[in-house]
Design a protein around this ligand. Structure first.
Ligand code: 4PW
Length: 387
């Protein structure tokens, strides 16, 4: 494997910004087995992609993703585009022998995910879905404690991912609200993350029973100029149909006997990017709140009666014993959202050098999509569905 890995990144907006920062920071803070070159950033609008190139520090800008994917100068393809192009780009990248990091959800549906898994297996390239929250140090610590049996038998996985950015009915019909482009609404966008964390921390889902709802059925189309994206998108005068869910909730059973309840919503005013998880077992419980992401609350039922209560594990106070944090700052100096991408990309780079699998793989993305689709089917039929 070459000493330098050259990255081609397709897509340059919110996730492009988070990933650019991570490609740049990972070698500064983590012992990587190769150097990294931010070789080419790619997007559809030449002026915007050039501006992103300058702002994020990439060497080249391109508007032709096929040329980037097939370039002999590129080793890694990082996909940050809207969901409807993940499969096509990833399959082409696999055929070209590139290692692939892809934003979540892996694709629009199980069929596309299956094709992507087959393509990366055939090409034997390293593949990873960017479920960055797995690499929050407190979450990685929770995983370690669960694996060590600290919580005993797991009974409950309770997770909520709540945002509020589309409560205003005048907010326009951006791509995340169009089924053809996004696959689903809150479900694939944010339920996918807490499904991933459930699979990571507790195990595989066995069956689910879901409810999906759209509160605002019509919204203004984006303005004719298409100016402004994401939260800054501008509304036009014409209206269009919202084709995705505004909220998706489900209960479920894991194969190991634990039970789950998950809720994803974009209609929880005051909740901007709120992820809350509680896991209850036979020996204790863990509680995590992303707005206080360096803290993991632990209830230990073996404590003497006069010392009972949740106590705080502060991952930035362990002097580096907790996953990832030791690479950053001295004890007590906290880390944030962007670090989760740095951790993800650092692990991905080392896996590329070693030619090893790195979780969550495309196979994990496929399993995640199976849960998503089972919930959709269940909500539609109003009955339990096996995953
Ligand atoms: O992780 C989250 C996403 O999946 C994000 O930070 C924002 O909400 C952007 O997309 C979704």
């Amino acid at each position: 494997m070459a000493n330098t890995l050259r990255v081609g990144m397709i897509g340059y907006r919110f996730m492009g910004k988070a990933h650019s920062n991570a490609w740049r920071q990972a070698p500064h803070f983590f012992p990587l087995k190769a150097n990294v070159e931010l070789h080419t950033i790619c997007g559809r609008d030449a002026a915007n992609v050039e501006a992103a190139r300058k702002q994020f520090g990439w060497q080249n800008a391109s508007t032709d993703w096929r040329a980037v994917v097939n370039s002999p100068d590129i080793d890694i393809i990082d996909i940050n585009t809207p969901n409807d192009s993940h499969a096509e780009i990833a399959i082409a990248a696999a055929k070209a022998g590139k290692h692939i990091l892809c934003e979540k959800p892996l694709a629009l549906n199980v069929k596309q995910c299956d094709e992507m898994v087959a393509a990366v297996k055939k090409a034997k390239v390293v593949n990873m879905v960017c479920h960055n929250y797995r690499r929050i140090p407190a979450i990685a610590q929770a995983k370690k404690m669960i694996e060590e049996g600290t919580l005993g038998e797991i009974y409950h996985y309770h997770a909520r991912y709540a945002q509020d950015w589309i409560v205003n009915p005048d907010f326009p019909l951006v791509w995340r609200l169009q089924k053809g482009v996004s696959g689903s609404g809150t479900h694939g966008d944010i339920n996918a993350h807490i499904i991933d964390l459930g699979r990571y921390l507790v195990g595989e889902f066995k069956e689910v029973c879901g409810l999906m709802h759209t509160f605002i059925k019509e919204r203004p189309l984006m303005d004719a100029g298409g100016k402004g994206q994401g939260l800054a998108a501008n509304s036009g005068k014409k209206m269009g149909k919202v084709t995705v869910d505004d909220t998706a909730l489900f209960i479920g059973r894991f194969k190991n006997g634990a039970v789950a309840n998950l809720e994803a919503t974009r209609f929880a005013l005051g909740r901007k990017n709120h992820i809350e998880i509680e896991i209850n077992g036979s020996k204790g419980s863990l509680h995590f709140d992303f707005e206080d992401m360096n803290r993991l609350k632990f209830f230990d039922n073996t404590n003497p009666a006069d010392r009972m209560g949740f106590r705080d594990i502060l991952v930035t106070q362990g002097g580096g014993v907790h996953p990832y944090v030791g690479q950053w700052w001295p004890p007590g100096h906290i880390i944030g959202y962007e670090h989760t991408f740095v951790h993800t990309i650092a692990d991905f780079i080392n896996a590329c050098v070693e030619g090893k699998s790195v979780q969550p793989t495309f196979e994990d993305g496929l399993k995640n999509e199976r849960v998503l689709e089972a919930v959709e089917e269940s909500a539609k039929k109003r009955q339990w569905v096996k995953v």
